[in-house]
Design a protein around this ligand. Structure first.
Ligand code: TYD
Length: 211
């Protein structure tokens, strides 16, 4: 596979959806074929799965069912979108990926991390990111931004303590693989966040930014 796969992770309201298109435009201006996508979703089948996951009425959803739905959406996205674009030498920017499962289902809900790693290998067919940006933000600040945006869903409604475990989980994951992760302070104004992302990209993958 000759392309570059970059993922964005972080808590609710950390600004991933603002930052990804800005970075995509920048990389296109440098001559790259850039594809942006998101999880859960990113394909017609994935979007249907996303609707089930987000539905506030689905309070009975068992954690194992939830995991398998996330993974089903991901398997479809990998084969239909991510793998072909990488094979063509393009850049893929993805809003959430396998690390969300480790952070939310693993650290957040306490599902065994080893089990999840095996499931992730199966679901992704071994396609993992070259670089991952963690847009790190205080949990209360993120949830407040999210609620103000009026975009509240079933998954945001988990307890505050859950979201704190998720954030700590992200920090653990970043610590375990520092060569893959870049932690960005997402409490900064959006233009500063974007500048920090581009700066890190120039350091980690200089051939992408042309510098
Ligand atoms: P979304 O509306 O995309 O939120 P955000 O803008 O924060 O990405 O909802 C995705 C939610 O799903 C979010 O709460 C994180 C959660 N999630 C998991 O729990 N596990 C996963 O594997 C993925 C991809 C997402």
């Amino acid at each position: 596979m000759s392309g570059v796969f970059i993922t964005f992770e972080g808590p609710e309201g950390s600004g991933k959806t603002t930052q990804i298109p800005l970075l995509a435009d920048f990389l296109r201006s440098r001559g790259h074929e850039v594809l942006t996508t998101r999880e859960p979703g990113g394909t017609p089948i994935g979007d249907q799965i996303r609707a089930i996951l987000s539905d506030l009425g689905n309070t009975a959803m068992h954690p194992r069912a939830e995991i398998l739905l996330f993974l089903a959406s991901r398997a479809q996205l990998v084969e239909q979108v991510i793998r072909p674009h990488l094979a063509g030498g393009g850049v893929v920017l993805c809003d959430r990926y396998a690390d969300s499962t480790l952070a939310y289902q693993g650290y957040g809900h306490g599902v065994d991390l080893g089990v999840l790693q095996n499931l992730l290998l199966f679901a992704t067919g071994g396609v993992f990111p070259h670089l991952t940006f963690l847009l790190d933000l205080d949990v209360e600040a993120g949830l407040k931004r999210r609620a103000q945006g009026g975009d509240w869903n079933r998954l945001d409604a988990y307890a505050l303590e859950f979201h704190r475990r998720v954030r700590r989980g992200y920090h653990q994951l970043a610590k375990k693989e520092p060569e893959r992760w870049v932690v960005i302070d997402a409490s900064q104004p959006p233009e500063r966040v974007q500048a920090a992302i581009r700066q890190s990209l120039a350091e980690r993958l200089p051939f992408l930014t042309g510098g």
